[in-house]
Design a protein around this ligand. Structure first.
Ligand SMILES: [Zn+2]
Length: 76
């Protein structure tokens, strides 16, 4: 899997994040990320590979549950 690089300076605590990213927490919303300084449109602030992936139910008859490739009479 090829991931795009994070834009700008790396966060000193969160290695997958831009230095603008701060993690905050509130009783109502739990933990969440905010920008602690101005960011530009198009900046990539956090990049991490997917932790988990699932096949959508509408593709269950036509795609593999493991690799998500199309199979059977519909695929290659
Ligand atoms: Zn497969």
């Amino acid at each position: 899997m090829i991931l795009p690089p994070v834009t700008g300076q790396q966060n000193s605590y969160y290695v997958s994040a831009n230095s603008a990213v701060k993690i905050e927490e509130s009783k109502d919303m739990g933990r969440f990320a905010v920008a602690g300084k101005d960011v530009k449109i198009g900046d990539t602030l956090i990049v991490e590979p997917a932790f988990v992936a699932v096949l959508l139910a509408e593709h269950a008859a036509t795609h593999c549950f493991h690799c998500f490739r199309r199979y059977g009479i519909y695929g290659k």
